[in-house]
Design a protein around this ligand. Structure first.
Ligand SMILES: Cc1cc2nc3c(=O)[nH]c(=O)nc-3n(C[C@H](O)[C@H](O)[C@H](O)COP(=O)(O)O)c2cc1C
Length: 191
């Protein structure tokens, strides 16, 4: 029997909250009917490996977790996706997506989707107020918006805290992130 579930491409980077990815994004998305495929930046993968969470993520998803690019003669282990969700997106990953830099597997797939203008992309920048005052930051946000990226960003969803001043254990806006993916797919299907 063919698998008719839509595929959600989740991308995790090296930012706070990535340790909650399985419980707060992967499993809830699966419960809503998504087949989740997961790609991590090398930084996120090393953190999650160290904490023991990578093994649990690998068990939670059905296909291999991608970190390294495939070899030229290998097939991609992931099917085409209906939507990408980059969460949490570090300031570094946001900047690279805006500039089109693709020096890891996560950036390669998402940059291609942004340029392809077919598969919707949701990004949650998990940054602090100092990251946002970096002089290039607003240009990165504007570039992603202009390219049609669905940003979960702003005081209404995630007020930015000064470095090391956020309350400990502050939850990421996981519900808003998943809702943005649902909306992005609905509007892409209506085109
Ligand atoms: C404990 C720790 C927490 C971090 N949290 C964040 C964060 O929440 N947001 C962010 O933009 N960068 C954060 N960083 C910095 C990023 O991990 C760093 O810029 C890294 O190069 C990101 O790589 P990636 O975007 O390829 O995953 C953190 C670093 C450490 C060591």
């Amino acid at each position: 029997m063919s698998d008719e579930r839509p595929v959600l491409g989740v991308i995790g980077s090296g930012a706070g909250g990535v340790e909650q990815l399985r419980a707060e994004l992967v499993e809830p998305a699966q419960q809503r009917g998504w087949n989740v495929v997961l790609t991590l930046t090398p930084t996120a993968a090393s953190w999650l490996e160290e904490s023991g969470e990578l093994v649990k993520l690998e068990a939670a998803v059905e296909l291999p977790v991608r970190v390294q690019p495939r070899m030229p003669d290998e097939k991609s282990p992931h099917p085409p996706v209906a939507c990408y969700v980059v969460a949490p997106a570090s300031a570094n990953t946001v900047a690279k997506l805006a500039l089109g830099l693709m020096d890891n597997q996560a950036l390669t797939t998402v940059c291609e989707a942004i340029g392809g203008q077919v598969v919707p992309v949701v990004v949650f920048p998990r940054v602090n107020a100092a990251h946002a005052r970096q002089p290039a930051w607003q240009r990165h946000i504007d570039a992603l918006r202009a390219a049609g990226v669905h940003l979960v960003y702003g005081d209404d969803v995630w007020p930015l805290a000064e470095p090391r001043q956020a309350p400990p254990g502050r939850p990421l806006p996981w519900t808003a992130i998943l809702a943005a993916a649902d909306r992005a797919v609905t509007s892409a299907n209506a085109r």
